[in-house]
Design a protein around this ligand. Sequence first.
Ligand code: HEM
Length: 213
Amino acid sequence: MDSPTLSQALRAGTRDAHIRAERMPFVQRILRKTVVRADYAAYLRSLAEVYKALEERLGGASEWLKALHPRELYRTLALEADLQVLDPKAVAEPVAVAAAAARRIRELPETHVLAQAYVRYLGDLSGGQALAPLVEDALDLRDGAGSAFYRFPGIDPRAFKASYREGLDRLPLDPHQEREVVEAAVRAFQEHESIFRALEEGAEARTREGPPS
Ligand code: HEM
């Protein structure tokens, strides 16, 4: 049997991690439309830390890595726009594990940056696309204000994902490097699990404290 391509190895290697991520209680808040503004704003602030670091790395990366990630993918500006709508007084704070993940991204070798980008952007262009209407409903958002994060002007998710996978499979990586990318992707999923766990703790604490008087 032929050995799997990188895109196949990534999908198979992160399948279990993906199932765990989908089941996280904070993710369930989004899926079940029980998420509230303060919790969602903390989520976006946490994501903003991660994307800022990731996109700084991608912007200054080698050509092969840059070429896989056009600017239309970048989420930093969309996150800032959503936060202007959802948390204009900047009350929400990122969870500490998100800031730690961002610090780590700034130090990673490029093969690991690739893995981080795969986990974020392919996720955003897959399950992420189904989340916009749920978040808009849960938070009563109108006319796209507050949900720019889910929109990728100039990108057709299905076509992009197909060409991204082709791009991954054309990279001149040896089997050892390919394994390293898959391991780094699993690690990126684990970091997101930690972020979701911390967000859930924050959400539960806010529920206990009740709304601000
Ligand atoms: C809200 C819960 C989630 C749902 C319902 C969901 C759903 C999906 C679905 C249906 C696909 C397959 C799309 C396709 O084959 O083209 C997918 C792929 C993917 N998702 Fe998720 N997802 C969720 C959460 C996440 C999270 C939290 C992450 C990462 C932080 C993530 C990362 C990914 C990645 C990297 C892929 C691409 C896998 C591949 O084909 O290589 N997902 N997701």
